[in-house]
Design a protein. Structure first.
Length: 377
């Protein structure tokens, strides 16, 4: 099984190697210029292989996939959003290997980082669509306004609606990745009362969309999804919200460094108290980690240095659909409030809305009970 998969991946990489790359530098040069050694790169490949659920013996193949990532044309479309997803990847003074690979991929079009503007940008866009029709990856950042024909978002000198541009571009894409919660589920634009009728892009497309939600998602999850497409030539296994299972298969709560405190009934009661100083669990000050499927607690952000819970604020559930409405207020526990999420992972694959709602109540009850039992309080 592994041999057959390895053979299939190697054949795909060989085929990609025959295609022209962008620029004159190899990923090896780019990494060296930024102070990374071959050993660092192989460590990264081993970690990426593990993240994608591959055995350690696949690390060299993952390294090769990253090396040919400049052969894969990517068109990056911005719709209704804040550009925070791109910012999280690009605005870093000490880039990680993930950031560098993102910079290295064959980005044929990206509003935020390209030099062209106006008519020239439009020309570049049309050229990329024509030249790479049927074989580019479309990454979309932002939800799509649909009300009144989508006229609340127009793009470019001809004021084409985002809705029309998305449909036109998607019809020529080989694979579509929704980057961030806005494009996956509508995001903040879709929060009540959603005056522009914004939705996640899969609601208006008739092709499969792989959702990589998060506000913003980590570089690891974005680059990992692209590496997956390079390796397999197809989209990964997903949960009921079209999120890759290898990244969104577990709850934040399952791998949280404060989990021991939750189980021991040691909670922060209010920000700044002794519990906060001691790194206790943030459930009672609103952490939504028990209801949120993502790998932040394992992969973290900002060069893997930290993540919200480590920094002292609870998870706000940003990779869940409608989290702006369903997870609020962010600094209070969900407690008995009805939880909207359904079937999200290996656990939640088997858990429906009712059980998850009951789970929410059970978690609240456990938190209350643990607190009573805690002799330190
Ligand atoms: S998902 Fe969040 S960070 Fe990304 S564009 Fe939307 S609002 Fe900004
Ligand atoms: S409730 Fe939040 S802070 Fe507490 S263990 Fe779970 S994820 Fe971590």
């Amino acid at each position: 099984m592994n041999d057959a998969l390895m053979k299939q991946m190697k054949e795909r990489i060989e085929a990609l190697k025959k295609l022209p790359g962008v620029g004159s530098k190899s990923i090896k040069d780019v990494l060296e210029e930024n102070g990374f050694t071959r050993r660092d790169f192989l460590k990264w490949s081993a970690a990426m292989a593990a993240m994608l659920g591959l055995p350690a013996s696949f690390a060299p193949v993952v390294a090769e996939a990253a090396e040919v990532s400049d052969r894969l044309p990517v068109v990056w479309l911005h719709l209704a959003e804040c550009t925070g997803c791109s910012e999280s990847l690009l605005r870093t003074d000490a880039p990680t290997i993930d950031d560098l690979i993102f910079n290295y991929i064959n980005l044929q079009y990206h509003d935020t980082i390209m030099a062209a503007a106006g008519w020239q940008a439009e020309e570049n866009y049309e050229e990329a669509l024509e030249k790479f029709a049927g074989r580019f990856i479309l990454c979309v950042e932002g939800g799509v306004p649909t009300k009144d024909g989508g006229e609340y978002l127009t793009i470019g000198p001809e004021a084409e609606t985002g809705l029309a541009k998305l449909k036109r571009t998607a019809s020529k894409a080989a694979a579509i990745i929704a980057v961030g919660t806005c494009s996956s589920f509508g995001g903040i634009q879709a929060a009540y009362p959603n005056p522009t009728g914004t939705v996640g892009i899969n609601k208006v497309l008739n092709k499969p969309v792989i959702n990589v939600p998060g506000c913003p998602p980590s570089a690891k999850n974005i680059v990992g999804t692209i590496v997956y497409v390079i390796l397999y030539g197809q989209l990964p296994a997903v949960d009921n919200f079209n999120r890759p299972k290898w990244a969104y298969g577990l709850r934040i709560h399952d791998l949280c460094e404060r989990r021991g405190h939750f189980d021991a009934g040691e909670f922060v009661e209010q920000f700044g108290d002794a519990g906060a100083e001691n790194g206790f669990c943030l459930y009672k000050v609103g952490c939504k980690g028990p209801y949120t499927f993502n790998n932040c607690s394992r992969e973290r952000f900002n060069q893997h240095t930290s993540w919200p819970v480590q920094a002292g604020h609870g998870c706000i559930g940003c990779s869940e659909p409608d989290f702006w409405d369903s997870m609020a207020p962010y600094e209070e526990p969900l407690a008995n409030k009805k939880f909207m999420s359904v079937d999200a992972d290996a656990t939640a694959d088997k858990v429906g809305i009712t059980i998850l709602t009951v789970a929410g109540v059970a978690i609240a009850a456990h938190a209350a009970l643990s607190a009573i039992k805690n002799p330190k309080e």
